[in-house]
Design a protein around this ligand. Sequence first.
Ligand SMILES: Nc1ncnc2c1ncn2[C@@H]1O[C@H](COP(=O)(O)OP(=O)(O)O)[C@@H](O)[C@H]1O
Ligand SMILES: [Mg+2]
Length: 594
Amino acid sequence: MRDYLRLLKFARPYSGTFLLASLFMGLSAIFDGATLAMIVPLADKVLTNKKIIIPSKIPAFLSDFIDKINNMTPELLLKYMAISIVALFLIKGIVGFFQSYLMSKIGQAVVRDIRSKLYTQLQNLSLDYFTQKRGGELMSRITYDVRLVENAVSYGATDMVYQTLQVVVYTLLTFFIYFRMALVSFTLLPLISFPIIKVGRILRKLSKRSQEKMADINSLLYETIIGARIVKAFNMESYEIDKFNNANRDYYKISMKSIRRLLFLSPLTEFLGCVAGILVFVWGGKEVIAGKVSFGVFGLFLGALLSLIRPFKKLSQVNSLNQQAVAASLRIYEVLDTKPTVVEILRPDRLTDFRDSIVFEDVWFSYGSQPVLNGINLEVKKGTVLAIVGRSGTGKSTLVDLIPRFYDPTKGRILIDDIDIKDYSLKSLRQQIGIVTQETILFNDTIKANISYGYARASEKEIEEAAVQAHAFDFIKRLPDGYDTVIGDRGVKLSGGERQRLAIARALLKNPPILILDEATSQLDTEAERVVQEALDKLMEGRTVFVIAHRLSTVRLAHKIIILEKGVIAEEGTHMQLLAKDGLYKHLYQLQEF
Ligand SMILES: Nc1ncnc2c1ncn2[C@@H]1O[C@H](COP(=O)(O)OP(=O)(O)O)[C@@H](O)[C@H]1O
Ligand SMILES: [Mg+2]
């Protein structure tokens, strides 16, 4: 129940609209009853010219009204009826339009709100969230789960109110015209509703499983689309197809299971309803023959009773819609409720210009239980180059990731100009840092937009200048639309070296005082590497640089080199000092391991 209330919270801003829609639904339900009531004058007067007899006691104004009808000629009544039926349908149409329009509006608005909230939240969450969660699963939240909530809000809520109102109108109608018979009929009702409740429970369980399967399917899709190149390179197409088909088949099986239950429910309730209906029919028929009730009135009674079946059935479906939506909203809230791990303090400083030094003070870090950095102490003076060397997996990337606060140390501090970086605003901190990694992420946009990413104010001239400096001008010139060429998802239409040069141009344009280069050339062939290295040298000029490199030339020129081994600084010094030491550095150097 609490979960359901939280689901409704999404719709709270639209409660006014909902109230208005409910009003229209109330009118609709009343008109439905009125339309059905037309059967009375039609059967009793127009067709047979007898009298309308209602067995229950009714208020005076109604009995007067019925007396009036009883005294009319069939011809006149027929004329009146024709007019009122046309009017009724016209009004019902208009009311129905507004009711559906308003409810759809609420549904769409809710979906828009949730999507936007989710996306904003995803942007605000820290990086660790994305390494823990599967990408496809997150996509599933935004697409599939949001749609389930939409269904519950626009169709579910409509039915819940409208069908309930119909139940009320028809129930009142039956009690109103034939109290005794209505009482007996309604004791039969639990008989029909029992299987609905039972099957509803099973359906709920099945729907939960089908949603989990859907998330699996999404996840597989997402991974293989992103990793299409790897799948092909390893000839894993048929393996992936098998994996996908398994998930697909499971989803099919579960769906069919729910559909079977759902389809079985319908004839079952109809049959039970029919049995109950026949009992009433026989009894009522006898009363009509005995003249205690007119044929038309009994027809209305029976009609109202039968009209109750549909809203009840709909309401049971609404229940399953709601259950699905509640499950979906729980998963949506799971994302919305996650707190970012990297947060700003209440009143952060702004890091406006970097003046002196960056210091690591006994910095420890672990991603989970496995420790990655174990007490790093380090000082980098402004304008110097620090090279970080070490075997793969020793925490080099992790160490530099701590500087822009992609993650926070589990223990210890990092200081820029003697102030803990946690005291700076994230925005001002990251503004001072440029990053080029081995895996450059570009967006499916123009060259121009990719270079000026994060710096929308850049002029054409500045962009071109950055491109020239990054040695990117030559290849951009050759592209069909030059700077306006769209480069495909993640820049697939460019070579690795070209992508790196765009990343360098991007960093040049940003012009940050602090620069992080994480194996920026490691995935390139020798020729591409030479060009990119030249561009990097340009980029490094006059900046404070953290460089993780596998090339000796870069490392040799660094002001200081640290060798990471198992999360601690095993050795540090200049190239010459370290060679003289005859330790790990020399060993790695001889193996050409970086
Ligand atoms: N997002 C992550 N979640 C959990 N473990 C990680 C994550 N990223 C890296 N690691 C682990 O942390 C260790 C250090 O990784 P990394 O800093 O990337 O090493 P390097 O850059 O020196 O190759 C490795 O053992 C790696 O498996
Ligand atoms: Mg690395």
